[in-house]
Write a new protein. Structure first.
Length: 373
């Protein structure tokens, strides 16, 4: 499609709803957030949809991923692939959110959990979809009626263009550890959407930094490891059952991750530790230089730690205490009271919730101390 059609969703919304701002999947109309699909479906209510390919109309979402343009030469990250999956699923008239299955809303959490168990899922997407042909506004295939777009199906020339997006990528939601063996898994349930009428039979991954190739067939797994530290550009070849091969490129990070196992109690809490600055500071009128002091405590995550006396730091969230003259906000006060909140009449705690999701809460406090004047 041309440059006009790339932004057709924003063009339509700006014409019919001039007072709006965009977010990821909502539009603020006169200050009130509404789903983009809700507004677009209202505009498209008088469009005959019988000629939309596989009930997926890309114009129902705001096209951040720009799927109607060829991006086969671009190097993408995991977050980019998740964006593609999000737009395709939300553009599907048949898509119904289901918390019991993995979709664009929770797939990054799924990746994070798998990676921490040294598993890397190969995720595939194979979708046909439609978009409105921008030329249909000029040649009369689509008209406006009562503030909506109108197409009754009588014109034999469809106002919809057909597209396909087929992608394979590694489900990586964290930097991988160099030298660690990961199980690369290509399972049928990792195929998110396959309405194109042909299946993905195997995926081949080439790592140019290490000059290594892995090939995995559907339903299989293989052990892989990365030894070179840095950003790896992976060339991914997807083999389809109709003997067509498609290529894509993905970037992942590999680093030497330090082991951070430390003693903890049965509540997954570490001891309070005092630290001192490396550089002294001598203020105006002070007789000597002094080192700054702080103390911290780690509340380890409860998702991956078993509480066997040693806990591992995985994904720290550092909560930094602000300036306070008399240090009334101690570490325990910050965690127990400052992070507490009321949820529908039930007491809850932000720190506890973060830890359950796999994050480690680190409280960094600046205690009261005095220096001689």
């Amino acid at each position: 499609m041309n440059a006009l059609s790339k932004g057709i969703s924003s063009l339509i919304l700006c014409i019919f709803l001039p007072s709006l701002t965009f977010a990821q999947d909502t539009v603020a109309v006169s200050g009130y957030p509404l789903p983009v699909t809700h507004l677009m479906d209202s505009l498209f209510q008088n469009l005959n949809k019988s000629r939309i390919f596989d009930s997926v109309l890309y114009d129902r979402v705001f096209p951040f991923a720009d799927l109607t343009t060829d991006h086969s030469g671009d190097t993408l990250r995991t977050v980019d692939y998740v964006q593609i999956l999000s737009e395709i699923q939300r553009a599907d008239y048949h898509y119904v959110p289901d918390d019991s299955v993995i979709d664009h809303r929770n797939i990054e959490t799924f990746f994070y959990s798998e990676n921490h168990q040294n598993r890397i899922p190969i995720v595939t997407l194979n979708y046909n979809f439609s978009s409105i042909d921008s030329a249909s506004f000029d040649d009369g295939r689509i008209d406006t009626a009562n503030g909506t777009l109108f197409y009754d199906g009588a014109n034999t020339n469809s106002p919809y263009n057909r597209h396909n997006v087929t992608k394979s990528f590694l489900g990586v939601d964290m930097d991988l550890d160099s030298g660690t063996a990961y199980s690369l898994q290509f399972l049928e349930e990792y195929n998110f959407g396959n309405n194109a009428g042909y299946s993905i039979s195997s995926v081949e991954i080439y790592d140019g930094l290490e000059n290594t190739t892995w090939s995995v067939g559907i339903g299989n797994n293989t052990s892989i490891s990365f030894n070179v530290i840095g950003n790896h550009i992976l060339s991914i070849t997807t083999h389809l059952s109709n003997n067509i091969t498609l290529s894509s490129t993905q970037q992942i990070g590999v680093f030497q991750l330090k082991s951070t196992s430390s003693p903890c109690n049965s509540d997954h809490e570490g001891a309070k530790i005092q630290i001192q600055g490396s550089y002294a500071w001598q203020g105006y009128g002070e007789p000597q230089a002094y080192y700054g002091k702080a103390d911290y405590k780690i509340y380890y995550n409860t998702k991956y730690n078993t509480g066997n006396g040693n806990c591992t730091l995985n994904s720290p969230v550092i909560i930094l205490d602000g300036f306070e003259e008399r240090d009334h906000r101690t570490i325990s006060n910050i965690y127990d009271y400052r992070l507490a909140y009321d949820k529908s009449g039930v007491s809850d705690n932000l720190g506890k919730n973060l830890r359950a999701l796999g994050y480690d809460v680190v409280i960094l406090n600046f205690p009261e101390y005095e220096v001689a004047a």
